[in-house]
Design a binder for this molecule. Structure first.
Ligand SMILES: NC(=O)c1ccc[n+]([C@@H]2O[C@H](COP(=O)([O-])OP(=O)(O)OC[C@H]3O[C@@H](n4cnc5c(N)ncnc54)[C@H](OP(=O)(O)O)[C@@H]3O)[C@@H](O)[C@H]2O)c1
Length: 295
């Protein structure tokens, strides 16, 4: 049974955890290129507190953000966490001194990362851990059994409540589902990057959440003539249209847009409530088709 939320999109249930479909991605709270502390520490704390105040019950993070900085900010801002709040994290990559994201998916790497997340967040159990696959370029077709098996072991020990996969191919999602109960898939997807259209529909049919990262384009904001035209016609912003489109795209899509600004957070929540017409949706569909035809 889903509980009411004041946020656009209502709620979704991840395993036994009800979350607002409008969530918050905490990656952008760390310093430039997700390294080091934020320029405005109190500003970052304010964004996290405002998110929860406004009804967000799903925060996405990773101990690789900062590294550690983002998790420490979440703890400082919100611990002890309200019972309704679910902090979702990842394991599978580390950071190096130059800000790279080297793969770290051996069982011992994953255990270290789970323990680091628990400590930095001040938790005894992580509500949901996504096994982060692939690399910074995107998904890589390779087996997931050994890494996922290590997380299942930690789930059995009570360190993790639910599991998901991230940066995964459709085949890897299938393999993961055959090994463990997977409650979400977190991949790159937005109006201009629609490689996962079929995967989203398949997951929706199975009651599994799809959580697009870079919903607003990430480090390169979404830009398109069609998007600007729809936004201008509706007297709103491209960001609002991009978020509303995702909520309307499929009921299993959960939003985790990132921002380091309270004003943008409020703007995004208001914007995502926009209702797009069939004509708007058809025009927005062109963006994905243009991207596909450019290869
Ligand atoms: N699984 C993975 O491999 C993976 C990879 C990347 C990200 N993620 C997760 O996905 C989340 C979302 O991705 P993201 O934060 O990188 O990208 P995003 O949500 O697509 O975009 C964030 C960017 O948009 C800007 N922005 C947000 N609202 C805005 C507004 N109303 N007006 C103007 N600019 C606005 C932010 O700048 P301001 O700070 O100025 O608002 C920030 O630079 C992350 O926070 C992270 O939790 C996961």
């Amino acid at each position: 049974m889903n509980t009411p939320t004041p946020l656009p999109g209502g709620t979704w249930t991840l395993g036994d955890l009800t979350v607002s479909r409008f969530g918050y991605g905490a990656m952008q709270l760390a310093g430039p290129w997700v390294m080091g502390p934020p320029a405005d520490h109190q500003g970052a704390i304010a964004v996290l507190r405002e998110a929860v105040e406004l009804g967000i019950t799903h925060i996405d993070t990773s101990d690789a953000y900062g590294p550690r900085i983002t998790n420490e900010l979440i703890r400082e801002a919100l611990h002890p966490y309200p019972e309704s709040l679910h902090v979702v994290t990842k394991a599978g990559a580390n950071r190096d001194a130059s800000g790279g994201w080297p793969t770290a998916r051996r069982p011992e790497d994953l255990r270290r990362q789970v323990l680091d997340n628990l400590e930095a967040l001040g938790l005894e159990t992580l509500d949901l851990v996504n096994l982060r696959l692939g690399n910074g370029e995107g998904p890589v077709p390779e087996p997931v059994a050994e890494s996922l098996g290590a997380l299942v072991e930690m789930q059995d020990e009570g360190l993790i409540r639910h599991l998901g996969v991230s940066n995964a191919t459709a085949d890897q999602v299938g393999e993961a589902i055959s090994i463990a109960t997977i409650v979400c898939v977190q991949n790159m997807y937005n109006l201009a990057h629609r490689d996962d259209d079929d995967l989203i529909d398949m997951l929706a049919a199975q009651g599994i959440a799809y959580v697009p990262f870079f919903p607003l384009g990430g480090f390169t904001p979404l830009q398109s003539g069609a998007l600007s035209a729809v936004a201008a016609r509706l007297d709103t912003t491209p960001m609002a249209v991009a978020l509303a489109w995702l909520l309307q795209r499929s009921p299993n899509i959960l939003l985790i847009p990132g921002t380091s600004s309270v004003a943008h957070l409020r703007e995004n929540i208001a914007g995502a409530a926009l209702v797009l017409s069939t004509d708007d949706l058809a025009q927005l569909d062109e963006i994905g088709r243009q991207t596909l035809s450019r290869g």
